[in-house]
Ligand binder design. Structure first.
Ligand SMILES: *Cc1c(COP(=O)(O)O)cnc(C)c1O
Length: 379
């Protein structure tokens, strides 16, 4: 039997949403301890998690892993506020809802920035980044989303990182959706910061963001931060000195996070997790196409995190009825945050197997039948 299937609690609906995700019983059980913040067991849990994340990025020695209490957005805000100095300028690329959120953060915290947008269903090119940088000599940092969760598109990080490296710009990557299932190698990408959160591909409870930050860039960023709680330089120096958070650590979440990392390791690390997500995604996309649905993205640019489908044109269709029908059959699909009109999304992350996706496809066919929808997505 599939490892992940054997540890799930079966009586709750399965989350086919891109965060929070369904967790294993083992990760949830890891929270059943009350540890004081100064306890060696807590310090060791944090230290081990920091080392594991650095290992995933091949970043030992050059980088540091910094946990923060908050959702993924706290992590992106902390990175923008900490890394871009008042006399610097951030170039933000967006092709979806999460790229737009980076722009919104920069605007709200008054970080000097400029941004450019590309279509939600085609990846940006390194030439577009090069042109945007050439157009504004004040740019010091470049930020983009790796997997743009509002469509599932995978933005090509390697060639864009090569441009940043050649032109001497700091690279900040929102890898909240992709971290854990894709390799982001610090040696080849030479990023200043990668943001991830607990509750997506790392399959831990929501409430923690983690940043893998280049030590030299972080040292230069001392004193930049717009906020006390989101000051990554300060959080990092305190962790290095004391092994603990500056303020109350999310002790239960940190215990579950470390357990989720052990699970990640046992599944075969990034390769193992990517392979399972990819099997689920393949089954989903093939099964949906067999029913007549069309995907928003070409397979070549899609990631196995989440798939976006055009809604049926049939007048019997409504998203609300689809959502309710799926929920009654034990599956939660995602109701919002879309980059393209008249689409819906189904995610493949969390403790979900190809067999679960097979059952979700049956549930979807039944629900469509209930609505009287025929000829899905054609026309
Ligand atoms: C989920 C996500 C975020 C952060 O969202 P939160 O709701 O704050 O956890 C940021 N970027 C991407 C690409 C995401 O998928």
């Amino acid at each position: 039997m599939d490892h992940v299937e054997s540890v799930r609690i079966e009586d709750e609906p399965l989350l086919l949403t891109p965060g929070p995700v369904t967790l294993s019983a083992r990760v949830k059980r890891a929270m059943l301890r009350d540890l004081a913040s100064g306890e060696p067991a807590m310090q060791e849990t944090i230290a081990w998690s920091r080392r594991y994340l650095l290992g995933l990025c091949n970043a030992q020695g050059t980088h540091t892993a910094i946990p923060l209490v908050g959702s993924g957005t706290s992590g992106t805000e902390a990175v923008i506020g900490t890394f871009v100095p008042a006399n610097g300028k951030l170039l933000i690329h967006t092709n979806g809802v999460y790229g737009d959120r980076l722009v919104e953060i920069a605007r709200r915290i008054r970080t000097p920035y400029t941004s450019f947008r590309t279509a939600p269903y085609t990846p940006p090119t390194p030439e577009q980044f090069e042109a945007a940088i050439a157009a504004d000599p004040g740019i010091t940092h470049v930020m983009l989303v790796h997997c743009e969760t509002s469509t599932g598109i995978l933005n090509p990080i390697e060639p864009i990182a090569a441009v940043c490296r050649r032109l001497g710009k700091g690279l900040l990557i929102d890898a909240v959706a992709s971290f854990g299932a894709f390799r982001l190698d610090a040696r080849t990408l030479s990023f200043d910061a990668v943001i991830c959160s607990a509750n997506k591909g790392l399959q831990a409870p929501p409430g923690l963001a983690w940043i893998v930050a280049k030590k030299s860039a972080l040292e230069e960023a001392k004193g930049n931060a717009h906020s006390l709680t989101l000051d990554l330089w300060d959080q990092n120096q305190h962790l290095d000195r004391t092994g603990m958070f500056r303020f109350t650590p999310a002790t239960h979440l940190l215990l579950a996070f470390a357990e989720a990392l052990r699970e990640h390791e046992e599944e075969g690390g990034i390769e193992g997790r990517h392979a399972r997500y990819h099997r689920s995604w393949r089954r989903l996309v093939d099964g949906m196409r067999q029913m007549g649905f069309r995907t928003l993205l070409e397979d070549a640019v899609a990631s196995p995190i989440v798939a976006t489908f055009h809604e049926p044109l049939d007048p019997g269709y409504s998203f609300k009825a689809l959502y309710e029908g799926m929920k009654r059959r034990g599956f939660i699909i995602f109701p919002g945050r879309l980059a393209a009109a008249n689409t819906f999304r189904i995610a493949c992350i969390g403790v979900v197997t190809e067999a679960d996706i097979g059952r979700a496809l049956e549930a979807l066919a039944e629900t469509m039948g209930e609505m009287g929808v025929v000829g899905m997505g054609r026309g």
